[in-house]
Design a protein around this ligand. Sequence first.
Ligand code: LLP
Length: 489
Amino acid sequence: MAHNPLAPEWLSPPADANTLIDGLWPASAHRANDGAITIGGVSAPDLAARFGTPLYVIDETDARSRAAELRAAFDAEFARIGTTVKVYYAAKAFLSTEVARWMVDAGLNIDVCSGGELAVALAAGVAPGRIGFHGNNKSLAEIDDATRLGVGTIIIDSPIEITRVAAAAARHGAVQNVRLRVNSGVHAHTHEFLATSHEDQKFGVVFEDAPALVAAIRAEPSLNFLGLHCHIGSQIFGVDGFAESASRLLSLQADLLATGPVPELNLGGGFGIAYTSVDDPTPVRQLAAGLADIVAAECASRGIPVPVIAIEPGRVIVGPAGVTLYEVGTTKPVQVGENTRLYVSIDGGMSDNARPALYGAEFSVRIADRVSAADAALVRVAGKHCESGDIVVDADYLPGDVAPGDLVMVPATGAYCWSLASNYNYLGRPAVVAVVDGEARVIVRGETIDDLLARDTGISRSAHGVSTSSTSGEGSTSTTSEDVKETTR
Ligand code: LLP
């Protein structure tokens, strides 16, 4: 089919709009004989019938394997240069107690950035010593809890936190391991990185101030300085940005070693994933090798020992393991000049995937319950919110006979979708279902109307008269069904 001029330049018409593009989908995703997309051995129609839509689906084996493979790759590459790596899973990408346990099973630690994330990690049984605590404005209560509960490391983000953390640790008779987050001046997004001497942003301390602040940390008897930390951004392809930042941090490391020990260096997270057919993220093994080479070379040229390395990836572990399943409610061809764009409206939207509205992020889509021989049509997948920017997939091609009642799946929604979800327009946040070996189970249940009303002090909970089986609205599988779906139990 010919390119539709309304499509962005990067998007080519596919040879077959039913094909699941390599690299975008969970490892187990494929089309079964009946054409339905199957993940973890469970088909999309079965998932929709059992749990309703919208629904987040996560391939458990895939998430676990990505965590284990990432750890193995970094272990191997950094063993080659004579050191070890601590991998922290960045819980902000997606956190539930189950997922925290998967990460710990794979040998990862957990990076949290609020008292809420800390509570989930602890509820999962994560040993406090395996947790790193981030944040540019940790509350005094959060700092107190972290030092009292024995959180493994606290990442100090501003000068003022040095005395706060020191005082809290002293109060609890603890010696708290801390890192100092430094603004390396390197900021990266996808392919390009920007390096400035002094970046204007809220995270970390100014590079030039680090020596004096490390001296202040070392002077506190209740603090143990583990090393420097930097995080240069998210959804980054290639090694160059990380290499530049590592190089800057290691020059600082060399200076700091003159006055005391600096056993570790934390290089943050940010490894990118594919959301569309044209995204080409650097494979994890290649990233690990590139980073190990640069760390080894920088340490050798400065004559300093190679530190223990820490990293904090989130997206690359859970992003590709998750998909979102929706039901199509309406379709509407919109003529723009000579060309047509087909609007496909689904039963979720910016409340379950805020990334397109927040960042202009691109996603892809496929019909999930059948294949079709119809000619491909340029579609825009829109949500059901009262807002024109409520778009989930700005542009992709689907078989042109896509119709109300079809199920569609959006891949690569495992990171920063559920965790950024909202109740905009009083839609309930969807359930999260883990699939593995033909079994599906709810790991976070969906919100009901009762959940949404639970905090409103002016309403009697039973007074609304609306079906409690779902909050996603008319036409969704879960509201039209008579019986209460498993998501609400
Ligand atoms: N470490 C720190 C200190 C971070 O701030 C972040 C992400 C990570 C690690 C994990 O980064 P990852 O490996 O997942 O890229 N909501 C945005 C992304 C925000 C990332 C915030 N920090 C998005 O959906 O693109």
